[in-house]
Write a protein that binds this ligand. Sequence first.
Ligand SMILES: [Zn+2]
Ligand SMILES: [Zn+2]
Ligand SMILES: [Zn+2]
Length: 362
Amino acid sequence: MMSKATPSVSSQVSGSNAGTTLTDRVVELVTSLATGAVPKLVPERSIASPVAYTYAEAARILGVAPGEEIATLDALEDRGVLAAEPVTTVPVCPFCRTYPLRVERACQECGSTAVHRTTMIHHYRCGNVSPEETYRHDADLVCPKCNHKLRHIGVDYERPSGVWLCDDCHQVSDAPELRYHSLTCDRRVPLDDVVDRQLSAYTLSPDGAHLVSEGTLRAAIERPDVSDSLTGLPGAAAIDRALQLEQTRAERYGTKFALVRFHLSNGPELGERFGEEAVSRVVKTLATIARENLRTIDAVGRSERYGFLAVLPETDSEGARVALSKLTESAQAYMHGLGRDEAHRAANVAGEIVEPTAPKAE
Ligand SMILES: [Zn+2]
Ligand SMILES: [Zn+2]
Ligand SMILES: [Zn+2]
């Protein structure tokens, strides 16, 4: 799976350059790309960064710690200001999203990590086959079954295979289980569950160059988020506007409309069990299903971490109930279908009709 954290440009306020706001610093960064003072932002290896790389020039200009500049660069890419060209991919822990992961070997039987490589010994005389440890008697090899001393490999014994022996339960196996141990959050992570954090080199995009030359870069950065980068749906501000429009129409022309909310009712629990990355994929799936189920005149947008609001024009409460149950049922059926991952199968989708609050006085 691919991952990219994409908060808004201005949400990443940390570090401090006296007298400047983060927006000032973002403008300075983009401008330095436009003037060629910084030709390109390239990821450099850094142990201090949570994703093992930093964009040193960007971190310096933004005044943040190594790695903290990446969220800003991602947001600038989302806005179309920067163009990205993939450079490398760093596997990170799905829970804490940091790179320090140790490969851990564990006994398939008892889970102990006290496992080591050894060889099996086959004693021809009695046919005994067991790990070398069971034959060790000081410097000699003595058969644990018939008590004869082993002398010549190939003549009275052989070593047919390399195996792994558990020091705790003494289970012999061909291979221990491999998993990651996150050194940051101490969680155990199956190999397939790590998240691939893609890192790119950034240059100024043609749109970004245009914003700089026409002097509208700052306004573009400060503009409130109208689109949600995860789902591609409109954000809360756009839904607010659609709602206000319907409220005005209803007052003036007596038209009907409904406001519905649907969400992952067990979102926080899913996050704890499967990691935020997995839940993000479920949220994305829910957005796709919503788009397919609702009419083109309906305005749907992401209003919260795990949920959405939809404004349904020309819909009474009965119509809203029907639309909502069709939506939640098909979402649930899709997510619980064969072949979905665990986070999807465990997801619960709930929906409700929301009573819109009175329109704001102009
Ligand atoms: Zn972790
Ligand atoms: Zn023997
Ligand atoms: Zn064991």
